[in-house]
Design a protein around this ligand. Structure first.
Ligand code: SF4
Length: 366
């Protein structure tokens, strides 16, 4: 059975680095790269996609509502939503512009979707509701998605998993340790993630081989493969590795990450855009909106034009109010203060470090 290998390029650093990593490490793995073209990305993101395209070969651009008379897919769906702006609670933008298009692109084919969540992050990425699409996370120690792990470790499958390990693992101390862990039931004290980590602590590759054997008894896409090279890889990649891959490959770090200095009341701070995504993304922080206003005033104005009938991008504050001089001053002073505090604690002071990566969605920003 044909199983497709698919990797979504969001325009963020992690998916770009994953594409580079897999191409370097597994040159024979035939991967289809795609990007969801919202028509609303920054020029810096488009540049990264162009460079990556030159490095990888080809990136398919998926564009929702292609036949619409509206200038961008976003404007098409905004009109259909009656001007109701998306928000963290009502995120129709990701679904309409990205997930639906992706699932349409895959259709009913079996597919492995590679997701660039890093080894130093504690979150899960998109897991498709469609059983023919399986997500795999090559940068993490545990490369499998949560649904696979829950089935693999479920008490109903305990005998089967013990049997798989028994066949895979040579006699010896390691096998004894593994059997101890495998026979221990899941309880409130010894829950799924603890059992998972106990098995990974003993041997990551052995764990991957056991999961692969288990998947062969299921309808998961990976289970339909004759071999899966990632099961013999126990590398874990963290943020520094991502930047190194981007620089060493010549693709480069997206320029929206470049910290630009600013000055208020004689004090200096820096700002940038901390992640990829639509220029008007409601996940961005106020200082990022101000970065947009000062670095891309045309896009800020465009974002302002979508604020109508009481709908605003930021809760309780319109973009018109945010750029009043006193408000800009306040926001910048607040960031300077946070950057100074972090500096005194010897912590990172870039915006990505101040805000963290955790609170945003994995689909748009990886
Ligand atoms: S980047 Fe933000 S606005 Fe754009 S689709 Fe993703 S969540 Fe929505």
């Amino acid at each position: 059975m044909k199983v497709r290998n698919i990797l979504g390029i969001s325009g963020g650093k992690d998916s770009a680095a994953l594409a580079i990593y897999l191409k370097q490490k597994y040159p024979n793995l035939k991967i289809e790269y795609y990007n969801s073209d919202t028509g609303c990305e920054l020029a810096e993101t488009e540049l990264l996609i162009d460079r990556l395209s030159a490095y990888l070969g080809n990136i398919k651009r998926l564009r929702a509502a292609e036949d619409s008379p509206e200038p961008t897919p976003f404007e098409h769906f905004l009109k259909a939503a009656g001007g109701f702006l998306p928000s963290p609670q009502a995120r129709w933008c990701t679904k309409k512009m990205k997930l639906d298009e992706f699932e349409r692109y895959v259709g009913d084919d079996y597919a492995v979707s590679y997701v660039g969540i890093r080894g130093d992050e504690d979150r899960d990425g998109y897991v498709s509701s469609k059983p023919n699409i399986q997500s795999v996370f090559p940068f993490r120690r545990n490369i499998w998605s949560v649904d696979v792990i829950n089935k693999f470790l479920h008490k109903e499958n305990q005998e089967q998993i013990i049997d798989i390990y028994d066949k895979l693992c040579p006699e010896g101390l390691m096998k004894e340790d593994l059997m101890d862990v495998l026979k221990k039931p899941i309880t409130k004290q010894f829950y799924y993630s603890k059992k998972l980590n106990a098995l990974l602590d003993i041997d990551v590759k052995m764990f991957n081989h056991a999961v692969f054997e288990y998947l062969k008894t299921t309808d998961y896409p990976v289970g339909h493969l004759d071999s899966f090279p990632l099961i013999d890889n126990d590398e874990v990649l963290v943020k520094e590795d991502i930047f190194r891959l981007l620089r060493d490959s010549g693709v480069g770090v997206p320029s929206y990450y470049e910290e630009i200095p600013f000055e208020v009341d004689g004090k200096t701070g820096t700002y940038c855009r901390s992640r990829s995504g639509c220029y008007f993304c409601f996940f961005q922080q106020k200082i990022e909106w101000i970065w947009l206003y000062e670095q891309h005033p045309d896009l800020y104005e465009k974002a302002m034009s979508f604020e109508k009938d009481g709908y605003t991008w930021i809760q309780n504050e319109s973009l018109a109010d945010l750029i009043k001089p006193e408000r800009i001053r306040q926001v910048k002073l607040d960031i300077i203060k946070r950057q100074e505090t972090n500096k005194n604690k010897n912590k990172g002071t870039s915006l990505a470090e101040l805000f963290g990566d955790e609170y945003v969605c994995a689909n748009c920003f990886i």
